[in-house]
Design a protein around this ligand. Structure first.
Ligand code: DX5
Ligand code: ZN
Length: 222
């Protein structure tokens, strides 16, 4: 029996006290910390970059699951690796050479991931499977927390589950956007092994984080 990984997105945390927030979700049972990096260009919102990640790094030993919504990516890979990212996930649309970008992330000593927008087909992952440790299915259009889950992405999860199983490799299949206690079990049934959740984890403040995380994580049998 394996439990699905929960990766709270700090996009929904209180930015005025991010260190405290990270310690609180760590203590509440988070498996990874999802860090949404936005540049106001690839997506219509701005968040944070390597200096903030570096300052947050001492606040937890849990992996930093860094989701880059920036273009270009390549000039920033080493800065994110040095700041303490453990997984660096990139969108194929962010540059002309996704395979090269994934190779560069691996060469920087951290784990590469590929993220698929709702309009991006599962098939784009097939030639990249040897180069990734994580596949992220966006179940909202990237840019903002608190959006509604896009149902059609469950079929993409099922297709990717099949594709990943055929590799025999332990690739994390993660879903991001609109996950809550109603949608998370359906994503797990479709085959994800990791769930990103922002608003569903951080609602109610620190005293609620434990219950909020448990509500997303029914046991799964694999
Ligand atoms: C959106 C981000 C998500 C977002 C999810 O671009 O990638 O990680 O924080 O937020 P919720 O869980 O509120 O949909
Ligand atoms: Zn994200």
């Amino acid at each position: 029996m394996t439990q699905v990984l929960i990766s709270p997105s700090i996009l929904s945390a209180d930015f005025a006290c991010l260190g405290d927030e990270i310690r609180a979700i760590d203590a509440a049972g988070a498996d990874m910390i999802h860090v949404d990096v936005m540049d106001g260009h690839f997506v219509p919102n701005l968040t944070f970059g390597p200096p903030i990640i570096e300052k947050l790094r001492p606040h937890t030993k849990k992996p930093f699951d860094v989701h880059l919504m920036i273009a270009p990516v390549d000039p920033f890979i080493s800065a994110f690796a040095q700041a303490g990212a453990d997984i660096l996930t990139v969108h194929p649309e962010a540059g002309p050479h996704i395979h090269r970008t994934l190779q560069a992330i691996r060469a920087a000593g951290i784990r590469p991931g590929v993220a698929l927008n709702p309009g991006t087909p599962a098939s784009i992952v097939e030639p990249l499977l040897d180069n990734v440790d994580l596949v992220l299915v966006m179940s909202v259009n990237p840019g903002f927390g608190g959006q509604s889950f896009i149902e059609s992405q469950l079929r993409k999860v099922e297709a990717l589950r099949h594709m990943i199983d055929q590799t025999g490799r332990d690739i994390i299949l993660e879903i991001d956007g609109g996950l809550n206690p109603e949608t998370a079990p359906r994503a797990i049934a479709a085959g994800v092994t990791a769930i990103v959740a922002g608003s569903a984890v951080f609602k109610g403040g620190p005293s609620a984080y434990g219950d909020n995380i448990r509500a997303l994580r029914p046991s799964v049998h694999v």
